[in-house]
Design a protein around this ligand. Sequence first.
Ligand code: URP
Ligand code: ZN
Ligand code: ZN
Length: 467
Amino acid sequence: MKKLVKGGTVVTAADVYKGDILIEGETISAIGANLQDPDAELIDADGLYVFPGGIDPHTHLDMPFGGTTTKDDFETGTVAAAFGGTTTIIDFCLTARGAPLEKAVQTWHDKARGRAVIDYGFHLMIAEMNDDVLSELPRIIESEGITSLKVFMAYKNVLQADDGTLFRTLLSAKEHGALVMVHAENGDVIDYLIAKALAEGNTDPIYHARTRPPELEGEATGRAAAMTALADSQLYVVHVTCAEAVRQIAEARSKGFRVFGETCPQYLVLDESYLEKPDFEGAKYVWSPPLRTKEHQEALWNALNSGELQTVGSDQCSFDFKGQKELGRGNFSKIPNGGPTIEDRFTILFSEGVCKGRIGLNRFVDIVATRSAKLFGMFPRKGTIAVGSDADLVLFDPNAERTIAAAGHHMAVDYNAFEGMKVTGEPVSVLSRGQFVIREKRFVGKAGAGRYLRRNKFGEASYVRVE
Ligand code: URP
Ligand code: ZN
Ligand code: ZN
């Protein structure tokens, strides 16, 4: 039952040091120099970094969306996550107007139970705030430990909620200790621009980006931040893509408001020109908000380095090119939005961030693991390497070089968004609560081994309850 990780360089959000880690059962029981334990299985980490397991705060697995369902489910998605160095995900539980929240949560439990190979929690979408939702919400927050609520400001007539719902959600979150998350784009104006583009015969994937300009992301981000300030609540803006939105978050934070921001690997390394790839291949790069021009990438990296943005989520929402992305041939608005990113989030951040000098090692760990644990009520059980924490560890070779390719990736989809990208650094072995999930680059985990995480309320610093 014991394991001793020896000779690695331990990296947390605060420290970098040579140290051994003793694991007893599911947790870390000792950290120190030259630890010995004759009963422990030795794991050689010489020449490797030992990182806390990555936390991906933004995934959509087995989710109906855009007239189809995401290709990766809780099994394929979490296997791919583990290969990429992620040991915890938080997935979005969709709800429908007028239906009980509890029913949606049970549906999401059914999707994940028996399939996830790493630990997982849920965020809960609020489609419409009304008296029924208001009365059901405190129980969901308390007993399910779902302490983050998602409001979509875009996807008109599908997921979009109105400003009244967002404001009432912020008020309720303040009262009950939840963090409100927003997809910040002005859905009403986008709806108009899409109809206009299609009426003018502009149907190619690039018009997805042209009908969702950065001004509309900046505007929605500022609107959500203003409501947060008025409600004295807390806000997390998902998938920030542009300088306009970063400015709104930075301004709110400079005034002392509890406003946080996440970006995603695709916005850091891909740009709008990908949407113009021939033979409809641009559809592979349709995300909302869309990929931006290169200048925005610099703004995002700077914001991650300065702390104006705090996290990088994958926004994993994968669809095959064949048969799924192709639903939008002849009409860009019917291309299912999203892409496969869960496997490469951690390594891209290391390779493009740390290796290229854009962020330091400690900041890297904060961005890919620690900050999400803190914001989403899981710290210090998750997101760090400390005595008493879960033994979620990534043994990472910082010198490995490889080229990302769909051939050989572990997601269920037929393409990789980062195809051909050369990266430095690779997870070699990954442990979840003391058990190998990946050992020497081979999957040795088990479907159903992942546990549901009941998370603490926003701002509460104590251990998560694990079922
Ligand atoms: O295009 C995206 N981002 N798809 C996933 C759904 C969402 O908006 O996060
Ligand atoms: Zn979104
Ligand atoms: Zn998303």
